[in-house]
Design a binder for this molecule. Sequence first.
Ligand SMILES: N[C@@H](CCC(=O)N[C@@H](CS)C(=O)NCC(=O)O)C(=O)O
Ligand SMILES: [Fe+2]
Length: 356
Amino acid sequence: MLIFRQLADPTSSTYTYLLGDRESGDAILIDPVYDQVLRDAALVEELDLRLTWTIDTHVHADHVTGAWLLRQRTRSRIALSKSSGAEGADRLLAQGDTIAFGKRFLEVRATPGHTDGCISLVLDDRTMAFTGDCVLIRGCGRTDFQQGDPHTMFRSVHSQIFTLPPECILYPGHDYRGLTATSVAEERRFNPRLGKDIGEDDFAGYMDNLGLPHPKQIDVAVPANLRCGRPEGREEPTAQTWAPLTLTFAGIHEMQPAALEECIADVQIVDVREAAEWSGPLGHIESARFLPLCDLAKRAGELDRERPIVAVCRSGARSAQAVVILQRLGFSRVANLAGGMIRWRAMGLAAAGAQE
Ligand SMILES: N[C@@H](CCC(=O)N[C@@H](CS)C(=O)NCC(=O)O)C(=O)O
Ligand SMILES: [Fe+2]
């Protein structure tokens, strides 16, 4: 079974795509964003996948790629076009190459025009193609910086994208209106720059007059992407590190019961259940403080800002919300006890007043 997710970076309006093969567990990320690597790595982990490749469709001008950070974290390998000029990749791609994930693969098509090193990636059965900043939804990548050239773009679109099956779904590198996907048939008919019988010179005239301001990040992003996103002094996104924690795709730092038992003397445990549950059959952790979720925001001043907090409830759901509330109030080291008192007890760990 094919696993497919479209992930958005709201700051740069970039789309990242996760493709995975359920049987083998192998997965690929197309165009990961530096600031989103913790989110993307969490999703790969939660879906029980192993990231084998990251592929950048080009040297981006508006955001830094997450490729290098993901390679550090997950041992994924980095691929992008040979014509990109980037250094530090594990594989340099050219027209007709294939990149496999399990039994599935992506075919590389060179689609220069926005930059010289732009590629599009076509799924083996041609039901989906990832067009980077070549074809966008009712638009296309601009051609007025890096090695942009409208004539090259026009030929790329017509020879490499519009020749795909009409029903092939196209997934762009960006969309600035929040639209998510299109198809070859739709763009051939309705793309205002490239559709119907618009000619190469018409297109070039359109593109030469877009009048867009340069991307805000261009001076930072291009040099960083030419080294595949290696930080060189740039701040790295980090999860909280004060204990063995997992950052979930939902954005919550979680601690397993065994890890809490290890650090129990160094943290404040906040039990956010109701009074009847605190003294109910599951019992409560001896050193926990009782502070129901409904009172948490107004009584947060009672908590010590210097000591990390672990929030606890019955199943781990309300305490996840407690983590959100405490972070909003400026507590920086806060985690959720995964699985709550149910898992704590299932692991055979001690609880005051618990019924056997
Ligand atoms: N305002 C954005 C500009 C983004 C931009 O120029 N995007 C490029 C892709 S890297 C593009 O081709 N945009 C096409 C368009 O805006 O029509 C920023 O500052 O980052
Ligand atoms: Fe771009």
